[in-house]
Design a protein around this ligand. Sequence first.
Ligand code: FPP
Length: 254
Amino acid sequence: MAFWNRKKGNPNQAGEAELDLSRLPKHIGIIMDGNGRWARKRGLPRTAGHAAGAETFRTIAYHCRDLGIPYLTVYAFSTENWKRPAEEVSAIMDLLRKYLLEALAKMEKDGFRIRFLGDITALPPELRDLCLETLETGSHVDAKYQINVCLNYGGRDEIIRAAKAWAKDVADGRVQAEDLTEADFSRYLDSRGVPDPDLVIRPSGELRLSNFLPWQSAYAEFYFTDVLWPDFSPQVLNQAIADFQRRQRRFGGI
Ligand code: FPP
């Protein structure tokens, strides 16, 4: 039996949220935080927390697809995460490699594609090539669902790279500086063509954006929960969506 239903309403006593499937967010962003603390609580190495987090990501990605949410963006590796011990960085890269290989085998059959936000040119060459292959395969898929993986991503870095590309277009005479609009600038960002996130979720009790989609989240609704990412479940996601559906979005209007 499905654990959500089609009626409007509040979460029921079992903590299962009732969702209005006609008013789902089109784009959910998730900061997958708390893997290290989850592992430490169990006396496990941090890398075990990331492995558990990668499993949670798979579950949540399928759940979003099954609900009919067209875009999911996850923060997998930030421009600051290179400061972590080499062993941890390499474990995260391995998990990503494993997931992309799996996704490559399923994308066409399952009708989804993967995009990357962030500077993938600076990744280890094998992973960078796998990302490029994933993009190429995805470009032929008639996808109803897109996962954006933020990889070597920082929102400020994305904006600076976009500004440089725009400045080059100005210098080369392709565009006029005084004509620039928000919509024009958005087309220089890694997220070009992707609608802004409606809902940004951060588990693990931290109440920060941490350089995750700062431009794109300008009008997003935020949902914070103490649940650590490896313990995050479809039920928690449904609660976040139900909460989102109770909010009034005014986009600066009244
Ligand atoms: C933040 O938790 C998590 C990360 C920096 C890595 C996220 C990576 C994965 C979930 C695995 C690979 C991803 C995919 C898409 C297959 P933290 O380590 O900062 O946790 P802490 O704050 O408790 O230490």
